[in-house]
Design a protein around this ligand. Sequence first.
Ligand code: IDP
Ligand code: MG
Length: 151
Amino acid sequence: MIEKTFAMVKPDGVQRGLVGKIVQRFEERGLKICGMKFMRIPKELAERHYEEHKGKSFYEPLLSYITSGPVVCMVLEGENAVAALRAMMGKTNPQDALPGTIRADFGQATGRNIVHGSDSSESAKREINLFFNDYEIQKYDKIDESWLFER
Ligand code: IDP
Ligand code: MG
């Protein structure tokens, strides 16, 4: 099933100069970039984005982290894109993430784990709507599609 998901290079990924490498992985996998923007997340948006974690011990540090500098937000599309992105990211704690995943290859600590990806189709829809307007999400044909998929 072709679907969209929401991805983000978090402030540590931007500061450490990993934006290009991370976006390259998505492009090489064949995930289509439908939206992309460089922004600083306002506190209120961070609170809405992470509302499921409100009250947890890491909630306040998480808000500080995610609003501490600019991030790169993306809408990615592909076959089972939600699960594909989560698999590419690896486990939340980079210490548990498998080599070859973004979090294992580039990070060491849960509180500095470089990337975000929606955890379900419902989260993906919610997060895409939180971060992107309709006019920021592009519909277009990409020349590799007939070689990525059997059609
Ligand atoms: P996920 O990003 O893999 O979906 P969640 O459990 O949804 O993981 O947590 C959201 C984010 O909160 C994590 O990516 C990480 O940045 C931060 N976080 C989660 N658990 C901890 C923790 O125990 N200590 C510090 N930060 C945490
Ligand atoms: Mg999550």
